[in-house]
Design a protein around this ligand. Structure first.
Ligand code: ADP
Length: 150
């Protein structure tokens, strides 16, 4: 069974993440969306809220599982016996950043990273833009799955 881990903060999940997960479902038997917990980071949404947004968005999709983890992503992959990490690419900056992490992860644990190019329609969306729109009372509903409500 081919399983992929999609790690991230998902603060909150956006239509960009949603698109990557949906497309990965046709490539893998199981896609595990994994919220990384970093105690040094300040989040807009609590872990429970972020989990609930993702759960609700994929409630009719049995191939999508949701987990949380602390520490290195590759250690979590080893713990749950996952061989692939899934990441989305929006632009050259994403590529440069992701390239170093992917090389490191392959060195550390022989785990391959599979990249999906963002859909053109969601390429500009990031969680940080969504948080800005929410903070300033803009219409964030165009940028996130319907499950994300403030
Ligand atoms: P992180 O804190 O690891 O950056 P994010 O939740 O921001 O976590 O993103 C998780 C993954 O989703 C990353 O691979 C990121 O490149 C990807 N991603 C984020 N936004 C988009 C988008 N609009 N289109 C495609 N991939 C995206």
């Amino acid at each position: 069974m081919k399983r992929a881990l999609f790690p991230g903060s998902f603060d909150p999940i956006t239509l960009g993440h949603y698109d990557i997960i949906k497309r990965a479902i046709s490539l893998f038997d199981e896609v595990i969306v994994a919220i990384g917990i970093n105690s040094d980071k300040k989040y807009m949404f609590s872990l429970e809220q972020r989990l609930e947004f993702i759960k609700e968005a994929f409630k009719d999709e049995p191939k999508v599982k949701i987990e949380t983890y602390k520490g290195l992503t590759v250690h979590f992959c080893q713990e749950i016996d996952v061989k692939f990490i899934l990441r989305g690419l929006r632009n050259p900056a994403d590529f440069e950043f992701e390239k170093a992490i992917a090389h490191t992860n392959r060195d550390l644990a022989a785990i391959e990273t599979v990249f999906l190019l963002t859909a053109a329609s969601t390429s500009y969306i990031s969680s940080s833009i969504v948080r800005d729109v929410i903070r300033h009372h803009g219409d964030y509903t165009k940028l996130v799955p319907a499950s994300v409500r403030v």
